[in-house]
Design a protein around this ligand. Sequence first.
Ligand code: ZN
Length: 1049
Amino acid sequence: MAVKCFHSFALHLLLATIVIGVVNSEYIEYNTAPRIVTEKINVHLVPHSHDDVGWLKTVDQYYVGANNSIRGACVENVIESVIASLLDDQNRKFIYVEMAFFQRWWRQQSNAKKVKVKKLVDSGQLEFINGGMCMHDEATPHYIDMIDQTTLGHQFIKSEFGQVPRVGWQIDPFGHSAAQAYLLGAELGFDSLFFARIDYQDRAKRLREKTLEVIWQGSKSLGSSSQIFTGIFPRHYDPPDGFTFEINDVSPPIQDDPSLFDYNVQERVNDFVAAALAQVNVTRTNHIMWLMGTDFRYQYAYSWYRQMDKFIHYVNKDGRLNVLYSTPSIYTDAKYAANESWPLKTDDFFPYADKPNAYWTGYFTSRPAFKRYVRDLSGYYLAARQLEFLRGRSSSGPTTDMLADALAIAQHHDAVSGTQRQHVAADYALRLSMGYLQAEKLVASSLSFLSASKSSPDKKNPDTKFQQCPLLNISYCPASEARLSSGKSLVVVVYNSLGWKREEVVRVPVSSENVIVKDASGKEVVSQILPLSDITLRIRKEYVKAYLGRSPKDTAKHVLAFIASVPPLGFSSYVISDTGRTGRGLSASYVTSGSLNQDVEVSQGNLKLLYSEEGVKMSRYLSTKNQVTAEQTYAYYIGSNGTDKDPQVQLCKRYNLVYFFIFISCFKPFSYTYKASGAYVFRPDGSRPIKSEGQAQAQLTVVRGPLFDEVHQEFNSWISQITRVYKGKDHAEIEFTVGPIPADDGNSKEVITKLTTTMKTNGTFYTDSNGRDFIKRVRDFRTDWDLQVYQPVAGNYYPINLGIYMQDKTSELSVLVDRAVGGSSLEDGQIELMLHRRMLHDDIRGVGEILNETVCLPDGCKGLTIRGKFYIQIDKPGDGARWRRTFGQEIYSPLLLAFTEQEGDHWINSHKTTFSALEPSYSLPNNVALLTLQELENGEVLLRLAHLFEVGEDSEYSVMTKVELKKLFNNKKISKVKETSLTGNQEKAEMEKRRLIWKVEGSAGEEVKRGEAVDEEELVVELAPMEIRTFLIRFDDHNEMVGEERATT
Ligand SMILES: [Zn+2]
């Protein structure tokens, strides 16, 4: 043994002496000149850093490198060190993705530095791709939010660098949506889209069949015009094993100094070639991409570039492959040049599972209160921008900018997804609330401006101080609750941000039951007084204290409901006054307490509701013979704690293995939670129904009135609901209050509501893609591969933003939601929605914290209570789309209320009480929505119009439709209209010219008809089904005045 050792040592010494003796260490000029060699395998090295806009740390903590005990991550280091490395060598390249971070850095740079960086961008060394403020989630954001956050980033890139991003880069989101592919891809002018996370079974098949790269056609309606080249990474968004080079990474560097020990050039070149050839085996064409980077890498960029310089130099010298510094754009062009035909992909990539029992479908519902807050403010932002435009953007005054920024960041794939740590969730919410307060001021001043009459002495500085009530969902509104002193009344200005007239019930808490409502002409309108439920009083008290730090004056005891009629893009005013006379009040609302022992039936139109101890039965006659009944109930799943049924954990238990790999998965805290239900993963371990219990069991509060009937039901101490049916409407509205979910039994719970019918749905149901297109889902089935079912519940869950519906030969049942939730149809004729979840285990997907949301009050903390609504309608087959599309808009854009007090009739008599931005008698067609109306900083106005229907969805509305811009902008003269890409960063015609048209295997795809170019004289916009068109408009500056003068003559 000893002899052998000595021998080996001597040999090394001898070799070392020879090497050192012959070759001296000297300067090596690495040849990294970019080139593509068509006859060789080309390895595109794409240096990148995946910088989450908040996750374990807040966005600002990540940026400055604070709170590094959680995670050593400083994005400022990334950007600084990358730019220094790029300036050092013009062959190096880098892509940057998250504008929220880049903007933070850019603001603080000197002009001299900015000039240098602009040169890097111009030369393509530094390329912005994706280019939104963040890399948004794809399951839980609304498409309008996705457009808005991308627009914000694209506008920054355009204004500072004159650049237009070409590539979609959604590498980390947990599944991928059809709306992402076509709307946030093709419609932006992107030539390609790349990401990592797809179902592990799907990936295995695609690896085998070389179909990781496809042409994705995300829209049925827009067909081939919505196609985009899509590349799925073979593994993840990191480099092949052995090629990560952050300071603490363990990959062996190339040692090419012959005077030092461990010279390894050939060995490392061989490793490189082997890794590349492995990837070639699963990729079409002779171009492969290596993702050189991962989360928060390049904090010391030299450590990466030094190695990549050497690999490019030595591998190219070796000659078996060609390696180059590249970007996804260069890679895309190379793929295109190969002139290949690609397989076609339709629908989407949901749900995502990374392992047999790990479906990432829990996050569709995680943090439901935050999800609602984001959606609520999204609708508010839409309205606030309209009002900002209608008043005229003010450089000094409050703007919507802060809300825009907060909403943009909240779309990040660890924000609205609900997968961030608690302190980060609080940070997003704080930003939103600060943004809201700014926008609230803007809304108040715009309404004040618009309601000031022409004869008002100072129209530019109107006097009305409007108050608003963001906590109306818990019936908290100081403005409407205030006791009216004698002679005073309350004015409510009701703003409608939709392009059509609405008649809708408005609900405000009041302190007196003797109030009446009049319209601006003094005519009394139909109203109704309702009791506040005990649950509402409780959460109102607790949550006002928890979030506003004060106790509500305990005045509100009732809710006043009245019907408001509001013109499109405009407002109406109503006056609430106390009659001082008793006698009206609650009795007029016919409050009764029902008992479950007797039949309690409620009905206002075609829908009849019958109550039971589990829930409510809704039935509707669609014809004399055809009655459809849906029974609504609650239940909860017990979230798996990951301790059993898990082969990995069983293995760990059997063998007490302690080496490194097993340490990761067998270390006790991990092993117990390895495949638990958590912030991301939904893994149920049985379910329990919920039945009425305790005192509430037999009692119902039934309120009948002229506008609607409602029934209060309390199932147990933590689940209650109010069902409402409105006069003249066919749907039921269910307002649920869920929480605090009990956790004292040690079980994670995921609360669902279920609708059960006898419909024969043949395993089929439909869910929306980010609130836009509906996608057909078939239970236990995937279009792209033979699904092996291990999780029959979680594996059939899909994200829902607008709604879910099912059909059979005789009927159609639709459910619409007020925020992102997960849902499914697990049995024929059944639909379920997951409303809330309280987890007691982590699912080990990185967040490292248990999703157990609590609210803390002086007397302790308890689980979060959430409140929300969903809506149910039963129709004849084919009739549901109309309701889903138009009512869906009303859910997204609720009427906005602003309050002010008046003495006598003073305000009403001296102000403009109704207003519409549209020409009188004009309104948008029922199949069109105004997505954006916003005055930009440069005075241009961004207008987005959307067709709301898909091809074939509705017999009347799924057709080409028209919007007359002249009538949309009453009293304003349009001087120029320019059609642009969806984010307004390039002219549409140029974008179309530039975009690559890819070849698809098999059929060429049908020609799709879209709206014609807008004639500058006619100014009529055509919209084909599902088409969204974006315009930048300039108005004749003085025309508003001219218009008003003209109107008075
Ligand atoms: Zn991420």
